[in-house]
Ligand binder design. Sequence first.
Ligand code: GNR
Ligand code: NI
Length: 171
Amino acid sequence: MAVLPIVLLPDPILRKRAEPVERVDDTIRQLMDDMLETMYDAPGIGLAAPQIGISKRIIVMDCSDDEVEAEPIGMINPEILTSGDDTCTIEEGCLSIPGHRGDVTRPASIEVRYLDRDGAVQERAFDGLLAICIQHEIDHLNGVLFIDYLSRLKRDMITRKMTKEFRMDRG
Ligand code: GNR
Ligand code: NI
């Protein structure tokens, strides 16, 4: 297993639509293990493959609280089948936009179809923080970031700051 570097805004890979996985094999399973290790190391509650520079439709999450045992979930080619009518607003953050947060409103419950790490089709309903996290991660697969839901003023401010930091780090 390996902790991989996390790609930051404004890297253009974060704005690309990721490609579906055609075959779930050991390489994909290894990638999911590395993504989980990277996510736990960060630490974060979710990670999408584009965030480690790989434009494939793979996401991992763990929204269990610190007290209980880890509950890692990995999804390949996830699709939201239905969204509930109730919404939920929480302050989101993103490992690719460190130091910035903002309120985002999303459906509170969703039904998702995906392939698990054995390549088996799963259909499951989710609510609570996990439902929010899955939507945030699926957005990443579509080139969408949480700042896209904020006001233009706030989004532009965050983008400008991240771009400036990127230029400074590059020297
Ligand atoms: O670690 C994360 N926390 C978080 C908090 C609220 C809503 C979504 C998230 S996901 C984020 C990790 C991340 O950037 N995943 O793409
Ligand atoms: Ni994110």
